[in-house]
Design a protein around this ligand. Structure first.
Ligand SMILES: *Cc1c(COP(=O)(O)O)cnc(C)c1O
Length: 430
């Protein structure tokens, strides 16, 4: 097994004699066969191969194979977005009438997907605090629970998941733990090593890393044995009539069943496929992921330390800061660094936070996070602007909160920029 840095650069594809060294973009919707019988075998899942890019594409599969190697899984697929990845990961095993336990500290889009859209599909979610006790977590399970979900480092709250505790509880109840590993990336945390069963990504963030393409991925550890629970997971353990009676766990084994089913049913029917061109961009990003993550974390650590001593800053959240609520947990799960995102409060509240951001020159105001360029967001006036101050506090977003995603620029430039913007705020009456 190559080390992670080598896998970032070379994983997923090895050129044979005379082939392109770089992962080629196979920009073709369709693939040619000599006989209808040849193609029929593909439709029956009897032979491996490509026939239509809505289901699978060679470029996408090479990039998925690299992500699979980075996370230490057995099978992986790309999706058109992180939203599609999280939807597929849950909907692949939970249907109308089923129930899922999720950490309450998750990305807003995922919360909406679960609490509103998937609820309309008849799937119930119970949200538990990432800081819940083992007893509180136990109490969330029901007989029809099919999965547990959480984020390694939550966007935007920056809480750190106790992956082992959540995995153990899931396994006691015979269900898998799905972890969205977007903010940590496999460079800083590999959730499978702590017991997670399925990992998802919004590749839009650090994996792409340059803010050029929206995408997602699902990786299976191959460790969760669906065949032990045929009644709970009939979709994986009983014949799929839409594929001539194939039984996924029998035909593709514990390591291949989940991703094959998600590809052949969900991708076929919902079609949230990644474009090969964008998969190529994701791969370019992953080639430098290990170098960039180190710099993102170094910059964020220095920025967090600077902010924590500044008299115009009322609080700082960054799990790399000793004294942070998640410092100990981060030392366990993220010993080499967490991510580049820091959140903090500007003294003076909502208006001061807005003025601070307006005066930054290096960090741009964006809803995006986690790429090479520094950027910032004021949730109270952007993503959460429909809420009043009381509602904001209930959602864990204070009116003074600034989310700063530290890029890989020179950290002294980032800090000097923050310093001058805080001086503007100091000299303004609020
Ligand atoms: C951005 C994000 C998503 C959604 O991903 P898209 O690629 O924007 O669809 C899901 N989870 C986390 C943790 C994210 O940061």
């Amino acid at each position: 097994m190559a080390r992670i840095e080598t896998t970032c650069v070379q994983g997923g594809y090895t050129a044979k004699n005379g082939e392109p060294r770089q992962i080629p973009i196979i920009q073709s919707t369709t693939f040619k066969y000599d006989t209808s019988a040849d193609m029929g075998k593909l439709f029956d899942l009897e032979a491996e191969g490509y026939f239509y890019t809505r289901l699978q594409n060679p470029t996408n599969d090479m990039v998925a194979a690299k992500l699979c190697a980075l996370e230490g899984g057995t099978a992986a697929m790309l999706t058109s977005s992180g939203q599609a990845a999280n939807f597929y990961s849950v909907f692949n095993i939970a249907n109308c009438g089923d129930h899922v336990v999720s950490s309450s500290s998750i990305y807003g889009g995922t919360y909406n997907l679960f609490a509103v859209t998937m609820k309309k599909m008849g799937i119930d979610f119970t949200f538990v605090s990432p800081d819940c006790t083992e007893e509180e977590l136990e109490a969330a399970f029901r007989p029809n629970t099919k999965a547990v979900f959480g984020e390694t480092i939550a966007n935007p709250a920056l809480t750190v998941l106790d992956i082992e505790m959540f995995a153990n509880a899931a396994h006691r109840h015979g269900v898998p733990l799905i972890v969205d590993n977007t903010f940590a990336t496999p460079v800083n945390c590999r959730p499978f090593e702590w017991g997670a069963d399925i990992v998802t990504h919004s590749t839009t963030k650090y994996l792409d890393g340059h803010g050029v393409s929206v995408g997602g991925a699902i990786i299976d550890s191959g460790k969760f044995d669906w065949s032990k629970y045929p009644d709970k997971y009939p979709g994986l353990c009983t014949p799929d009539e839409s594929y001539h009676g194939v039984v996924y766990v029998e035909k593709f084994g514990v390591g291949g069943a989940f991703i094959t089913k998600a590809t052949s049913q969900l991708m076929r029917d919902f079609g949230s496929i990644q474009s090969p061109q964008n998969a190529f961009y994701i791969n370019l990003g992953i080639e430098s992921l290990h170098v960039r993550m180190k710099r993102h974390c170094e910059n964020a650590q220095k920025v967090a330390e600077y902010l924590s001593t500044h008299d115009m800053v009322s609080w700082v959240t960054y799990c790399g800061l000793p004294g942070d609520r998640y410092y100990e947990r981060a030392q366990k799960y993220l010993p080499n660094g967490s991510c580049g995102v820091v959140s903090f409060g500007v003294k003076g509240g909502r208006k001061a936070a807005e003025d601070f951001m307006k005066n930054l020159h290096i960090a741009a105001i964006e809803t995006h996070v986690a790429d090479a360029h520094s950027c910032c967001l004021h949730p109270a006036s952007a993503t959460h602007r429909q809420m009043n101050d009381d509602e904001l506090r209930a959602a864990g977003v204070t009116p003074d909160l600034v989310r700063l995603s530290c890029g890989i620029e020179n950290v002294d430039d980032i800090i000097e920029d923050i310093a001058q913007a805080l001086e503007v705020v100091r000299n303004t009456e609020y």
